[in-house]
Design a protein around this ligand. Structure first.
Ligand SMILES: [Zn+2]
Length: 379
């Protein structure tokens, strides 16, 4: 995913940076326990980060039961800024962020051709609008598709791309450390380090929006396999009586839950175009056609959340994506469908909602750039 060549940094230093970024402010005692480091090692490993102004000492805390006050470690979140860009079929949507992927500013640029130079032009104009490449410590770019470990887009159907070395092209254009990642993997990484599931070691992410996405964190690591970028949960069968997706599956997750499918169904029933927001408003107001589509989606989402937690054996599920306002209008059918498919003896399911909406995709792209930059921090 990273395309930069970083100076070598010891695994211990990298883990230290990660722990302080994700968990800070954190006491030295807790850090030492988590990382298996002596106080002397911790001091030695921390020094380069202090020298660069990345680590700071927080307010005094009482450290453990001994009552001896100690200053916890934290990062100065504005020590470095990053840019994250999500590429859709026609737009580069960007945010600048601090060291914890908090949005500072946003900018978009559309493109009319999906040829690489046109997409690069859009990426560059977003970076320029956010202040220019020289402001940033790195750039992350995410898109729906299969991305290799060195940032080559193997397959991105909505751009009609095969084997495009996007990381190299962006790096050549902007002279910035560049990370390219599948969009759902990037969003999952952002939830893991900075978002709704910050600090959790095992959870799934389900996104609802233009499609349906699925990410997984097991043993504190985001799962990255060859197939992770294929969007295979996007066509998971959910309702044998549901509508048909563009690939011909009846009642698959895309047919039941994607925003285009839901709006198309309601538009057909009403005989006029509707927006997704209007579908949700109409359902909330009791419109029968919208209510039927939304309730079917709610049941489908309940079955999907239960299937994911049952199969992956995780008890935390993060729900995210630009269509996730659906959650506001799908009870009680959602909760009932979810409960019906969970064993009563299974761990209680923790549902976390990231209501950020579309911006969360660009923040995810920034998050993977931040994670890759840790290879060069403090060295
Ligand atoms: Zn399908």
């Amino acid at each position: 995913m990273t395309s930069q060549v970083s100076p070598p940094l010891s695994d211990s230093a990298r883990e230290l940076a990660r722990e302080v970024i994700v968990r800070g402010p954190i006491s030295r005692g807790e850090l030492g326990r988590r990382l298996g480091l002596s106080p002397a090692s911790l001091t030695r490993l921390s020094k380069p980060f202090f020298d660069q102004g990345i680590f700071v000492e927080g307010a005094e805390l009482t450290d453990g039961g001994v009552g001896r006050p100690a200053r916890p470690l934290d990062v100065r979140v504005d020590a470095l800024t990053f840019v994250g860009i999500k590429i859709t079929g026609d737009t580069a949507v960007g945010v600048s962020t601090d060291l914890r992927a908090n949005e500072l500013h946003h900018a978009d640029a559309s493109f009319t051709s999906t040829d690489l130079p046109a997409v690069l032009d859009a990426i560059e104009s977003v970076v320029d609008a956010l202040g220019g490449a020289e402001r940033f410590a790195g750039i992350g770019v995410s898109l729906g598709g299969n991305v290799t470990g060195d940032g080559v887009v193997q397959r991105a159907p909505f751009l009609a791309w095969r084997d495009v070395d996007l990381a190299k092209a962006v790096r050549d254009r902007l002279a910035l450390p560049t990370t390219v990642e599948n969009d759902v993997v990037a969003l999952t990484a952002a939830e893991h380090w900075f978002g709704a599931a910050r600090g959790r070691t095992d959870f799934a992410v389900i996104t609802v929006g233009a499609g349906v996405g699925y990410g997984l964190v097991i043993n504190d690591r985001v799962i990255r396999t060859h197939d992770v970028g294929l969007g295979l949960l996007g066509h998971f069968p959910l309702d044998p009586a549901g509508p048909v997706c563009m690939e011909g599956h009846r009642g698959c997750s895309t047919a039941m839950l994607s925003m285009p499918s839901m709006t198309a169904q309601v538009a057909t029933a009403l005989g006029r175009p509707v927006s997704y927001a209007e579908v949700l408003e109409l359902a909330a107001a009791g419109n029968a056609a919208a209510r039927a589509v939304v309730d079917s989606a709610g049941r489908a989402l309940g079955h999907l959340v239960a299937a994911v937690s049952n199969i992956a054996m995780v008890s935390t599920v993060v729900l995210a994506g630009e269509g996730i306002a659906l959650l506001d209008v799908i009870d009680p059918v959602f909760t009932a469908a979810l409960a019906a498919d969970r064993d009563p003896d299974a761990s209680p399911l923790e549902l976390l909602v990231d209501a950020t909406g579309f911006t969360s995709w660009a923040q995810g792209a920034a998050a993977v750039a931040i994670q890759d930059s840790i290879g060069s921090l403090g060295s």
